[in-house]
Design a protein around this ligand. Structure first.
Ligand SMILES: C[S@@+](CC[C@H](N)C(=O)[O-])C[C@H]1O[C@@H](n2cnc3c(N)ncnc32)[C@H](O)[C@@H]1O
Length: 366
């Protein structure tokens, strides 16, 4: 749907109003330093019942699959056109049930409330890092040394999902990749509780997938595989959870992991989405960046910001759009104007052999 100028202005005013009062710097610091703790608490509370499976993934991002598999699925789909596509299939119904809800019921009630007290076990960043799937406490590099290779080294087509949470994208992807020889899926999250949920799921299969605890903001932390081996990186509602000042470095580092020709697929909250306008005063951290009542944070992007960020990381636009939809909850008689940004950026195939200054300009992550 399109917004009228009036609607746009109204949304702008609402956002300006709810960001008049900023969260105190001391508290801002706490939300940054303890970000993984808040997400851990989130998964402790909700387990894997919060987000719906992202069954729309292959419709919006067919690039997740190798070309050959895509063609095969297209042919299969054509030959069974009469079969109704339901929410458990790879190609869901057009109204994207999982995408529209985003667990808003819970967060809606957490926008204006005071932060919930954190109960139970508290993880700090250091602890979260050490809670990997390797209880002896060996780091990924040591593990790799022992294996003389790395997880997924035998695959030809590799996908990484960053900020995988409880696996709502992982399992729809695995369902297809498990029938696609030569493919491998990595997924990571800095909330160790989320990674545990993924690994203990009945559909988790270590022959096709490697889930690991990883904070993408920690530059010093190595990935459990070398650079330039990924065909696809998936960023679904994860960059918005990261402090805007840190996003560029995160994207630069991720771009290094892509093979030349590899794709970065992005979907996240857009500027003036209903969930931004619903925040009450006192939840704004900085322009368009808010903290929810449970301590998790969310940023609302414009498509130009997204373009700049990926472009600065040396990636080229394939798609970059604003997806506006009217979401209607008939039962509760509420209408919500949803705004998402959806983008696809490719790593260029060839690095320029021109002067080093020029190369740095075009590929600052290099
Ligand atoms: C809104 S959830 C989305 C989860 C999942 N991508 C999905 O679509 O269902 C954001 C996820 O990003 C993870 N996250 C936030 N900051 C992160 C960081 N610095 N490193 C790794 N994961 C992070 C959180 O733990 C959380 O699981």
């Amino acid at each position: 749907m399109q917004w009228s100028q009036e609607e746009e202005e109204r949304a702008k005013d609402k956002a300006a109003e709810n960001s008049l009062v900023k969260v105190q710097l001391e508290d801002q610091d706490k939300y940054e330093k303890e970000a993984s703790k808040y997400w851990n608490e989130f998964y402790k509370t909700h387990k894997n019942n919060f987000f719906k499976d992202r069954n729309w993934l292959f419709l919006e991002f067919p690039e997740i699959l190798p070309e050959k598999k895509r063609e095969q699925l297209k042919t299969e789909e054509k030959s069974s056109e009469s079969i109704k596509i339901n929410s458990t299939s790879c190609f869901p119904h057009q109204d994207f049930p999982g995408m529209l809800e985003e667990g808003e019921e819970y967060w809606k009630n957490n926008y204006g409330e005071d932060s919930t007290s954190v109960q139970g076990q508290i993880y700090n960043k250091k602890q979260a890092k050490s809670v990997t799937d390797n209880p002896q406490g060996k780091n990924c590099r040591e593990q790799l040394g022992e294996l003389e290779s790395f997880p997924g080294s035998g695959a030809a087509y590799r996908v990484l999902e960053v900020g995988c949470g409880a696996g709502n994208s992982v399992f729809p992807i695995l369902k297809v990749l498990c029938n696609t020889p030569g493919t491998f899926l990595y997924c990571c999250d800095f909330a160790s509780g989320a990674v545990e949920l993924v690994k203990s799921h009945s559909s988790y299969n270590s022959a096709w997938c490697f889930a690991f605890v990883h904070d993408v903001c920690d530059d010093a932390l190595p990935y459990p595989f070398p650079d330039e081996i990924l065909d696809v990186i998936l960023l679904v509602f994860v960059l918005s959870a990261i402090h805007p000042d840190r996003m560029q470095r995160v994207v630069n580092r991720l771009a290094k992991l892509l093979k030349p020709g590899g794709m970065l697929l992005f979907r996240d909250y857009g500027r003036y989405d209903t969930s931004q306008l619903r925040f009450r005063k006192g939840h704004c951290l900085s322009e368009n960046f808010y903290v929810r009542g449970d301590g998790t944070r969310v940023y609302f992007f414009t498509k130009d910001e997204v373009w700049n960020m990926f472009n600065l990381a040396g990636l080229t636009e394939v798609q970059n759009l604003v997806d506006r939809r009217l979401q209607v909850n008939r039962k509760k008689k509420v209408k919500m104007q949803r705004v998402w940004i959806q983008s696809k950026f490719r790593k260029p195939l060839l690095l320029s052999l021109s002067s080093p200054e020029e190369t740095t300009k075009r590929h600052p992550y290099g």
